[in-house]
Design a protein around this ligand. Structure first.
Ligand code: ZN
Ligand code: ZN
Length: 401
């Protein structure tokens, strides 16, 4: 028997905490914080966040805060599992931000089964806007379960390759983020690369990009577009640290010749870091002004960009806005975009979702062929009612007998 309890994240997007229990073993899939939380507050789950530790393990599917934001509040003694590259990226970001690293106990690997008590858990690498993201296939007492985590089919990893490998299961816990949003077919990362290259090739003026540093696929997209147009990718130190942690195949200033790195202030040891690790690829403001570049920028860089614009006019330039559209409503993002526009820079949207569209969701359901579907990470769970021949579970607790 396997009992599934969705502690949080069933009829909402974010804050995912899922429990899978047998008679003798209890594990948690994702320990996420709420999307709008400044300081993550753990819900009352005895044995996980409070009291005596009574769970056997926590498996984190990927490093977005809504899946791992509470992992430093998990009681000591409960081991935290995550992918090794995901751990490196998220802890590089935390070090840069002077936050304590997350205390991961062990790393799982794609296709390698880990046994925890009654459960056999096998991770499957999937594509998402977080790097090194996974689905889990779980076996317990002859019953099987797949947890989709967050996924998509429009990135650079082959979705059909994943479908080929992922076994069927009796039950599927699946995300439905996009089901309450627009239904246009999503662009692929390759579409974005092509669009960006075409736009960049039409100008000699400066090109900027505003994106999440931890969206590693997007770094690849922007690097390829820049390279096609003979431009260097100029990363800020934060992105350089994250990209370097992601591995040598990801565009970063250490192993890629077309990538340079800059800082906007040298406080908190950042100049020392730049000077040691990136001695050969660091670039200053006047160096940037002499380059044909695509430069990664963020709202905190307004003063630096003001000075750069005195050396190199931005008129006719382009800023690719490469994040979720909703963030434009945030005050710092909105005023930054207005600042760039006041310098004569055109803001162009260049983004695609990190989440599966309805067709991709249906394809995963057909492939896993579950008897039971447990929708999570969605505001439109009723969408799943159309899946014929399957039982849609809306209870918070459900036993697979
Ligand atoms: Zn995610
Ligand atoms: Zn998520």
């Amino acid at each position: 028997m396997m009992t599934i309890t969705i502690h949080r994240g069933q009829n909402q997007i974010g804050g995912s905490i899922i429990e899978i229990a047998s008679e003798t073993t209890k594990i948690i899939l994702d320990a996420g914080s709420e999307l709008d939380e400044e300081v993550p507050v753990a819900p009352q789950i005895d044995g996980l966040f409070t009291g005596q530790a009574s769970y056997d393990a926590v498996f984190i599917s990927h490093y977005h805060g809504d899946h791992l934001g509470l992992c430093d509040q998990v009681l000591p003694g409960i081991p935290l599992y995550i992918g090794e590259k995901a751990a490196r990226v998220t802890n590089a970001a935390r070090r840069y931000l002077h936050k304590p690293e997350y205390p991961f106990a062990a790393f799982y690997e794609a296709g390698r089964t880990i046994t925890v008590g009654d459960f056999q858990i096998t991770p499957y690498l999937c594509d998402h806007s977080a790097f090194d993201a996974y689905m889990f296939h779980i076996v317990c007492g002859g019953k099987t379960l797949v947890y989709s985590g967050d996924f998509r089919s429009n990135g650079r990893k082959s979705f059909s390759h994943l479908l080929h490998r992922l076994p069927c299961a009796d039950a599927l816990i699946i995300e439905g983020t996009t089901l309450s949003r627009a239904t246009v077919p999503p662009k692929t990362e390759v579409d974005l690369e092509q669009a960006a290259a075409e736009i960049i090739s039409q100008t000699n003026a400066p090109v900027f990009i505003l994106q999440a540093a931890t969206n590693i696929d997007r770094i690849v997209t922007v690097f390829k577009a820049a390279r096609r147009c003979g431009r260097v990718l100029v990363q800020d130190l934060y992105m350089a640290e994250v990209a370097t942690a992601a591995g040598e195949t990801i565009p970063n200033p250490v192993t890629f010749s077309g990538v340079r790195v800059f800082i906007t202030n040298g406080q908190n040891g950042r100049y020392e870091l730049l000077d040691s690790k990136y001695r050969n690829t660091k670039i200053g403001r006047s160096g940037i002004a002499k380059q044909q570049f695509v430069m990664c920028v963020r709202p905190t860089m307004q003063n630096y960009l003001e000075k750069l614009s005195e050396e190199l006019p931005f008129e006719g330039g382009i800023l690719f806005y490469s994040m979720w559209d909703g963030y434009k409503q945030k005050e710092d993002v909105g005023s930054f975009l207005r600042f760039m526009q006041s310098k004569g820079v055109r803001v162009i949207d260049l983004h695609t979702s990190g989440h599966a569209d309805a067709k991709t969701i249906q394809t995963l359901i057909d492939d896993v062929d579950p008897k039971y579907i447990i929708p999570v990470h969605t505001e439109n769970a009723v969408w799943f009612q159309q899946c014929e021949g399957r039982t849609i579970v809306s209870d918070q607790t459900f036993s697979l007998l």
